[in-house]
Design a protein around this ligand. Structure first.
Ligand code: 5GP
Ligand code: ZN
Length: 133
C-alpha cells in the first residue's frame, strides 16, 4: 500500500523504535503511549483490519503478542498487559493497517483501557442468540 505509514514503518523505510522483528512482523513503540512500553505489532503485509488478515498471519500475530507479553513482564516489570485491537473508525481505529496494541499495565496506573458496563437483558440476549444460531 503506497501511502500507508505502517507499511513504511514495518518495511523499515521509516525509522522506528523497534523492539522485535521477524519475517512477518515488526513490533514498535507507540508514539503516543498509554503507559510506559506501549507497543504495536505491525504485520509487514498490508491488511486494513482483522477481517482482511489471512488466517495464518492472524494466528502468528497472537503468538508474537504472547512472546512480547512475556518479555515485557520480564524487562519492564509490568503487573499486567492489555491487548487492544481496533477495527474501523467506530471502534477507534485511526491507522488503517492492522495492528495490535500491547499495553503494559502497572498497579495504580490510570490508563483508560475500560468501558462502562451495561446490562444484558433477556430480550437482547435472545435476539443476538437467534442471529448467531
Ligand atoms: P489505532 O487508534 O488505529 O488503534 O492506533 C493507532 C496508534 O498508532 C496510536 O496509538 C498512535 O499513537 C500510533 N501511531 C500513529 N502514527 C504513528 C507513527 O508514525 N509511529 C508510531 N510509532 N506510532 C504511531
Ligand atoms: Zn499498510
Amino acid at each position: 500500500m503506497e501511502n500507508c505509514i505502517f507499511c513504511k514503518i514495518a518495511a523499515g523505510e521509516i525509522p522506528s523504535a523497534t523492539l522485535y522483528e521477524d519475517e512477518d512482523f515488526r513490533v514498535i513503540l507507540d508514539l503516543g503511549p498509554a503507559t510506559k512500553g506501549h507497543a504495536l505489532i505491525l504485520p509487514k503485509q498490508h491488511a486494513a483490519n482483522l477481517l482482511e488478515m489471512p488466517d495464518e498471519l492472524a494466528g502468528k500475530a497472537i503468538v508474537v503478542a504472547k512472546k512480547m507479553a512475556g518479555k515485557m513482564k520480564e524487562v519492564l516489570g509490568c503487573d499486567g498487559l492489555n491487548l487492544v485491537q481496533n477495527n474501523g473508525e467506530a471502534a477507534g481505529q485511526t491507522v488503517h493497517h492492522f495492528h495490535i496494541h500491547l499495553i503494559p499495565r502497572y498497579e495504580g496506573d490510570h490508563a483508560g483501557v475500560s468501558w462502562t458496563p451495561g446490562k444484558l437483558t433477556d430480550e437482547v440476549r435472545d435476539e443476538i442468540l437467534k442471529k448467531f444460531a
